[in-house]
Design a binder for this molecule. Structure first.
Ligand code: PMP
Ligand code: GLN
Length: 381
């Protein structure tokens, strides 16, 4: 067979998690919590299975859950969206992103992605017959480089994929950046995917800037989120897309034949939990900020250097003072094998990483005990 995705192998997340398990390292590589999801949420799944909620959900998602998403969007971003025509529940944000891309991108179209970027974007674009144009974010803050963005635009540009809070850097997009983007693409036939899966993991009292709060951009956007990150259930692979009615209709044509619908009892449980526990969303930033601060305070005694993540559950660290001779892939393996802590190299999120990049990513969505054990090992290096 001639591969349609010749450059795709096993993802770095799978490889590093496997290596961590193999050598018994503390796994701070792949992003997922090592603590329990809320008991009330887990109990609700069993209750709904027992109650017979075991057949197909509606293709667009359970109405009760779509209503909860619409209510949340109104509360957090001040936008009234229709639960019927603008909210679609998907089996994970990954499927949502894939469907949005398939719905819009045609053969020969260009899609601008901002490197470093999440690994699912490019294969999804390629399967649609499109081509990714990689625009590196400006270091050290991972902000948009407007000159390079302008240079990347062409008559073939059909989509731009944004991600804020940003994996792997934790950087946040600002309202001024959204305004600048709106100005740049005004009058052009360009759509946005705004990957906001870490929307509730924003720290230091800074609110999340959502495309949902930007009238002009929302009109051409698919805004994607994931219950996995917000409710500590990454394995449930349940997410959603909010998009204007015409865009939602096109996305649903694809979603209908990729998966048809998400898992029914999980959707019921999430709808119940969201209705009964609105405080969960309010408490989440402080919950994760405490983990970030614990991890960073402990690492202050190490030879790693870093700026605290503004959002997400990832912390980047620079290891130049420890092993500047190693590239970040080799460093991640060395940390895992020799020091018992698994990390993710940042260069894998780039098409062409800066040669002198000496950054690895740690996930701090972990119990205090895990973070302390990992930090102890990292401080001993
Ligand atoms: N986008 C980004 C930036 C992510 O980090 C993740 C998490 N793996 C996803 C999308 C996919 O989310 P999900 O697990 O809901 O498919
Ligand atoms: N989003 C997760 C991360 O960045 C990984 C998800 C996956 O394994 N595909 O670590």
């Amino acid at each position: 067979i001639t591969s349609k995705l010749p450059n795709v192998g096993t993802t770095i997340f799978t490889r590093m998690s496997q290596l961590a398990a193999e050598v018994g390292a503390i796994n701070l590589s792949q992003g997922f919590p090592d603590f329990a999801a809320p008991a009330a949420l887990c109990d609700a799944v069993g209750r709904h299975i027992a109650a017979g909620h075991n057949q197909y959900a509606p293709m667009t998602g359970l109405p009760a859950l779509r209503e909860q998403v619409a209510a949340k969007v109104a509360t957090f971003y001040g936008r009234a969206v229709s639960a019927d025509s603008e909210v679609t529940i998907t089996p994970g944000a990954t499927e949502a992103i894939f469907c949005a891309i398939q719905a819009v991108v045609r053969s020969g179209d260009e899609v601008i992605v901002l490197d470093p970027c999440y690994d699912s974007y490019e294969p999804s674009v390629e399967l649609a017959g499109g081509r990714c144009v990689h625009v590196p974010l400006a270091l050290p803050g991972f902000s948009i480089d407007w000159q390079r963005m302008k240079d990347a635009l062409s008559p073939r540009t059909r989509m731009i994929i944004l991600n804020s809070p940003h994996n792997p850097s934790g950087a946040l997009i600002s309202r001024a950046e959204l305004d600048q983007l709106a100005e740049l693409i005004r009058g052009r036939d360009i759509y946005l995917v705004s990957d906001e899966v870490y929307e509730h993991l924003v720290f230091d009292g800074v609110g999340h800037v959502s495309v949902l709060a930007h009238d002009e951009l929302y009109a051409r956007s698919f805004v994607v989120s994931s219950f996995g990150k917000t409710y500590h259930v990454t394995g449930w692979k349940t997410g959603y897309v909010v998009a204007p009615p015409l865009l939602s209709a096109e996305l649903r044509k694809v979603h209908q034949y990729v998966n048809f619908c998400g898992v029914t009892p999980l959707q019921w449980a999430l709808a119940d939990f969201m209705a009964a526990h609105p405080e969960h969303l309010a408490e989440l930033p402080a919950f994760y900020q405490a983990k970030r601060d614990l991890f960073c305070d402990l690492l202050a005694d190490s030879r790693f250097t870093f700026t605290r993540a503004a959002g997400t559950y990832f912390q980047l660290v620079d290891y130049s003072a420890i092993r500047a001779d190693l590239d970040d892939v080799a460093m991640s393996e060395w940390l895992t094998r020799e020091h018992g802590v698994a990390a993710i190299p940042v260069s894998v999120f780039y098409r062409e990483a800066p040669k002198d990049l000496r950054l690895v990513r740690f996930c701090f969505a972990k119990r205090e005990e895990t973070l302390r054990q990992a930090a102890e090992k990292l401080c001993a290096i």
